[in-house]
Design a protein around this ligand. Structure first.
Ligand SMILES: Cc1cc2nc3c(=O)[nH]c(=O)nc-3n(C[C@H](O)[C@H](O)[C@H](O)COP(=O)(O)OP(=O)(O)OC[C@H]3O[C@@H](n4cnc5c(N)ncnc54)[C@H](O)[C@@H]3O)c2cc1C
Length: 315
């Protein structure tokens, strides 16, 4: 569907979707197939922009994530009631008929239902080298990249029994050579320290100064971890366990009472709590953070939204 801007702004959309990753695109696909008038905003900053290959997605294992999105957009183009817009959404408010949404270029749009699928942003360790190697030698998710790093010398970045030792022990599934680097005091309980030793996991508590890139392969890069004292540690991969933050706090501003910066808790069909007509799907909702799960949540939200619209229209 193509419309000029002034016409778009007078229009009452059935659904506005904020975020066109796997979650938003799959929601738009299901809603488009229900002939719903859908406006989907995506400002082109996917969480996995640094990744070269998406794994664990049936029929798409190893595909370039940009290609997955391109296929999604191409297939959506067949549904005339779905419109894509590249502007960033900066604000949203509730109205009597649903929601208004404002974009960074000052336009305002109205919709009966609103789906937030804007994803999250990962917070990387600060030392130089982490950002440069993210997606090539530095990873956050063993389910996404553990297989590619199997049987290679690995480091885990994290502190404490859960985020540090827990991830280090998990990585033993993929490699026998795992070193836990806590970048300062490890905060491990004595029992957990013993458990690590029992499983042959060394601990380095020195501060990390930087990651020095060694060999460069097209998609992978090995590197040295440089500490403030002691020898460097050469590794093929590092998995970190820090935190993440939602790309937008629109759910909170709209009154969702179970908003959390790491992801909203939702009810059935991805409905946000406390705000009728608002849905949250993909990484922005709390669940397994994987592309196929995001796509599935998008589909669930779409069916929930369509059912709600049907009930209103055919009362
Ligand atoms: C390095 C890396 C590797 C990964 N590898 C894998 C893997 O191998 N397999 C796997 O299953 N998962 C992987 N993931 C996780 C995967 O990327 C996410 O689970 C998935 O992208 C979530 O989809 P989503 O639609 O919720 O969010 P996203 O894909 O992040 O899409 C959200 C979209 O919303 C847009 N947006 C945000 N805010 C606004 C706004 N205000 N206005 C307009 N648009 C906005 C963004 O530009 C973005 O395009 C990886 C993640 C990273 C970081």
């Amino acid at each position: 569907m193509t419309m000029n801007h002034s016409a778009v702004q007078d229009f009452l959309w059935d659904v506005i979707i904020v975020g066109g990753g796997p979650a938003g695109l799959n929601a738009a696909l299901v809603l488009g197939r229900c002939r719903r008038r859908v406006l989907i905003f995506d400002d082109g900053k996917p969480r996995n922009a640094v990744s070269h290959a998406l794994h664990g997605f049936l029929s798409r294992d190893g595909v370039d994530p940009a290609q997955l999105r391109a296929i999604g957009r191409e297939q959506l183009a067949l549904y005339p009631s779905v419109t894509l817009d590249a502007e960033q959404v900066v604000d949203a408010a509730r109205t009597e008929t649903g929601f208004t949404v404002c974009t960074s270029d000052g336009r305002e749009f109205r919709a009966r239902k609103l789906l937030l699928s804007a994803g999250v942003v990962d917070v990387l360790p600060e030392a130089p080298g982490f950002a440069e190697l993210y997606g090539r030698g530095v990873f956050h998710c063993p389910y996404c990249d553990g297989w590619e790093m199997r049987d290679q010398p690995l480091a885990v970045y994290g502190r404490g029994d859960d985020k540090g030792a827990g991830l280090a022990l998990e990585m033993k599934l993929w490699s026998q050579d795992v070193v836990l680097c806590s970048d300062g005091p490890s905060d491990l309980t004595p029992e957990c320290g013993q458990r690590l030793r029992r499983h042959g996991i060394a601990l380095r508590e020195e501060r990390i100064l930087r990651l020095d890139i060694g060999s460069r392969l097209p998609y992978r890069a090995s590197f040295d971890i440089v500490f403030d004292s002691g020898p460097c540690l050469h590794r093929a991969g590092l998995f970190f366990n820090t935190t993440r933050c939602q790309s937008t706090d629109l759910a909170k501003r709209l009154g969702c009472d179970r908003y959390d910066p790491q992801g909203c808790e939702v009810e059935s069909h991805q409905q946000a709590t406390h705000v009728p007509g608002l849905y949250v799907a993909g990484d922005a909702s709390r669940d397994v953070l994987q592309a196929i799960v995001a796509a599935s949540e998008g589909a669930q939200a779409a069916i929930g939204i369509n059912t709600e619209l049907l009930q209103e229209d055919l009362a």
